[in-house]
Design a protein around this ligand. Structure first.
Ligand SMILES: [Zn+2]
Length: 276
């Protein structure tokens, strides 16, 4: 599933195609993805100008000039493809096709259909049921060690599992939780509430650094993620630990290399020597 850096990359690519552009046609080519499209969706998009794009956690927000916002989640495998209106006709898994007044086309392709699109009034955006409970944006200045410390207090669950809880911090998934804990030198099985202030400070810095570097690399392309231009992201080549079980640990003398354990049903990768 795409995490924050992949969604941010997609959002920036789509922004180049949609921001300031008028939607001249919107085709909704099936009634639903994970959930039904909003009633009258195509008509409500047609003729609107997209004033800005933003991102919240793993959601993209297309702000329209009539005060409504298209909320979009890519699901497990959704892609946004940017092209031209006279490109080849949409294919089987191209479910939403937007054409703009400059001859551009943005296509939402989602073979597994776990994605979603909804319409919400801008004033209600933060109260949308999918967004209301989300924790802070990790790249915002407001995400500080004090904020994370408050969120971790009284949590007995392992720090790795806790970082995946979207109410603690938004947008982090399995890849970036492992990578951030490695950088911070923290063992993934440590109880979240047991981290010291200095350790939480190191973790906040590591989260911000790894996410910023991943965005600069266009995200991580493991299976489905593509930038809207069609290019692959390349941060997967910079992984220190994720998906590297048994391989050498960067800059470390440990004999075993990277280890893998399962936590809450998901793989965690770490170094047993460097992460304590
Ligand atoms: Zn090591």
């Amino acid at each position: 599933m795409p995490e924050l850096p992949e969604v941010e990359t997609v959002c920036r690519g789509v922004a180049q195609a949609l921001e300031g552009r008028k939607i001249v046609s919107a085709q909704i080519r099936r009634p639903d993805l994970r959930r039904p499209f909003p009633p009258d969706f195509a008509r409500r998009l047609s003729g609107r100008t997209v004033t800005a794009l933003s991102r919240r956690a793993k959601y993209m927000c297309w702000h329209l000039d009539d005060g409504w916002v298209v909320l979009c989640h890519l699901g497990m495998s959704g892609r946004m493809l940017v092209g031209r209106a006279d490109d080849a006709p949409p294919g089987k898994h191209d479910h939403v096709v937007i054409e703009t007044d400059d001859g551009g086309r943005v296509t939402f392709n989602d073979a597994r259909r776990f994605g979603l699109m909804d319409l919400v009034a801008a004033a209600d955006l933060e109260r949308h049921p999918l967004l209301a409970a989300l924790g802070p944006e990790p790249l915002d200045a407001a995400f500080t060690p004090a904020v994370l410390a408050a969120a971790l207090a009284a949590r007995k669950s392992p720090i790795k599992v806790t970082l995946l809880d979207q109410t603690v911090v938004a947008g982090i998934g399995n890849i970036y939780a492992s990578e951030a804990l490695f950088r911070a030198g923290l063992h993934p099985a440590r109880p979240a509430a047991g981290l010291s202030g200095a350790e939480i400070g190191a973790l906040v810095a590591a989260i911000k650094a790894v996410l910023a570097e991943a965005i600069a690399s266009g995200g991580s392309s493991l299976r489905e993620h593509r930038q809207p231009s069609g290019e692959l992201g390349c941060f997967q080549h910079a992984f220190a630990v994720y998906d590297r079980e048994g391989r050498p640990c960067p800059g470390c003398t440990c004999k075993e290399g990277i280890r893998r354990i399962t936590q809450a049903g998901r793989s965690t990768y770490y170094c047993d020597k460097r992460q304590v």
